[in-house]
Design a protein around this ligand. Structure first.
Ligand SMILES: *[C@@H]1O[C@H](CO)[C@@H](O)[C@H](O)[C@H]1NC(C)=O
Ligand SMILES: *[C@@H]1O[C@H](CO)[C@@H](O)[C@H](O)[C@H]1NC(C)=O
Length: 327
């Protein structure tokens, strides 16, 4: 008798507790936890790093600023760590890993990362526990085994100065950062305009070109590719191992870019001969606003906005494959 009563009561208590936790929903709990995470990670936003004469904000910084300003209600917890700034300080790796290790498994997460090779960059080597549902928005390439969504690799936003297209095809880069750059140089050095990586007039020459080579370098893509798009020039992206193109579920890159795998480098002259430059330029005008901080930030947030047909839902739940588009 005694025992039966006990079970009856504890059953009621359990149901009551369950009802309470689902009534508050993940919403408020998520919001509280999100706030905690923002204050816990304050030291992991150490200030913008400098690179190639640019001092930030970088995408990770700009996303944090806009997200803090808008305070959107998202279905996932944002991990507000400035991973790449931390990486540049060379001493916050353990603290970054601790944030990931301590994530509560009852929530889903996302974060934004600029570094080449994602969390597998050798100065990061960060691991997300396998029971954590986690999506990485990555500028610098895939990050196995994580689910990743490609986003643009952005530096400052360039505006065209209005130069006419007086150069057919140009290639301005140091050829030493990747063997495919050397291969392109060696095969086409007497066909297209080749200038070294140190050229002061880079912007002018890129904007004055119909097409500009944007081969991968150390990373799967380059700042150069997105600067080229911002300047209204058709990029010729030569990739190897990973074709890292953002927004493939929304736009067809072949409309405004020439995309060539490294093993097909010899086909480049034929590909360029077929290219319909005026229609590619027109497509570029339609899409170049997408290669900006603002567009990219909203694109990321829209995946998880509450109460909208978010991209995550359109995909029927994100799978690795749909995240990658048709890579
Ligand atoms: C750039 O493309 C346009 C459109 O096809 C063409 O008329 C022009 O001659 C090209 N410019 C150069 C320098 O090749
Ligand atoms: C930023 O992007 C959003 C969504 O793409 C757009 O609605 C908004 O007007 C943009 N804001 C600026 C300042 O460009």
């Amino acid at each position: 008798m005694q025992g039966k009563n006990f079970f009856a009561i504890s059953g009621t208590v359990a149901v009551f507790l369950f009802a309470m936790s689902s009534a508050t929903g993940t919403g408020d709990d998520l919001a509280t936890y999100q706030e905690e995470l923002v204050s816990q990670t304050a030291s992991l936003r150490p200030g913008w790093h400098s690179y190639a004469g640019y001092n930030g904000p970088w995408l990770e910084n700009a996303f944090f600023q806009e997200w803090s300003k808008l305070k959107p209600r998202l279905t996932r917890v944002y991990i507000p760590v400035a991973w790449t700034d931390c990486m540049h300080t060379n001493r916050l790796k353990a603290a970054m890993q601790e944030v990931l290790t301590d994530l509560k498994p009852q929530f889903k997460y996302f974060t934004v990362l600029q570094a080449d090779l994602g969390f597998n960059h050798d100065q990061l080597s960060l691991t997300v526990p396998s029971n954590i549902d986690f999506i990485l928005f990555s500028s610098g390439g895939d990050s196995p085994p994580l689910k990743t969504v490609p986003v643009p690799l952005l530096k400052e936003e360039l505006k065209p100065a209005g130069f006419g297209k007086t150069i057919s095809v140009s290639f301005q880069a140091s050829v030493h950062t990747h063997p495919i750059r050397q291969a392109i140089h060696d095969q086409f050095n007497d066909v297209y305009l080749f200038l070294g990586g140190e050229c002061n007039n880079w912007k002018l020459i890129s904007e004055s070109s119909n097409i500009s080579f944007c081969p991968r370098g150390f990373g799967t893509t380059s700042f150069r590719m997105f600067e080229t798009l911002q300047l209204g020039t058709i990029p010729l992206y030569v990739w190897q191992h990973e074709k890292w193109l953002p927004f493939q579920e929304i736009i067809d890159w072949n409309e405004f870019a020439v995309v060539v795998e490294a093993e097909d480098i010899p086909t480049i002259p034929a590909r360029l001969a077929q290219a319909d430059i005026p229609s590619m330029m027109a497509a570029l005008k339609r899409y170049h606003h997408m290669f900006t901080y603002n567009y990219t930030i909203h694109y990321i947030m829209e995946h998880f906005l509450e109460g909208t047909p978010a991209i995550e839902k359109q995909h029927g739940g994100i799978s690795r494959h749909s995240l990658h588009g048709n890579v």
